[in-house]
Design a protein around this ligand. Sequence first.
Ligand code: MG
Length: 179
Amino acid sequence: MVAAYNRSAMTAPESRVGTGYDLHRLVPGRPLIIGGVHVPAEFGPLGHSDADVLLHAVVDALLGAIGAGDIGRRYPDTDPRWQGADSGRFVRETAALLRARGWALVNVDASVLLERPKLSPHLTQMEANLAAALGVPAERVSVKAKTGEGLDAVGQGDAVACHAVALVTRVAGPAPSPH
Ligand code: MG
């Protein structure tokens, strides 16, 4: 087993996986922006930036995969620069960081948790927006939608949340840059 592991480690490109999670409280009068799509609703997520849970979870998945910290450390909500910020910027910058460190994105998969409204009409656009920000073909990006079945904070309509996973593969030697 050890010999087989060593042989595959020498020939297969190094891959890494990262997970991300985000949740925001829903309040009246805020725009509901998910994956860069403005979803019609009379409520939206409270947050310092545009509070886009899908993009925030994906950024954390990417940062986790390359061991580069988390979104809160890179874009602290105490920094006035990120007040009302378009979270697409966070995705574009994180994708650039990934490339700079010698990694390529294999795929991203995400599940958005929201009780209502239905997100199914918007998922393809969310995938397209995410793929454009990441600089990869849309077929490498998957966005799914779930409800909370009337249970918990999501189910009660009090929150929107998102889980994401990202896989990256090494395409160039590691850059000697610190976090
Ligand atoms: Mg967030």
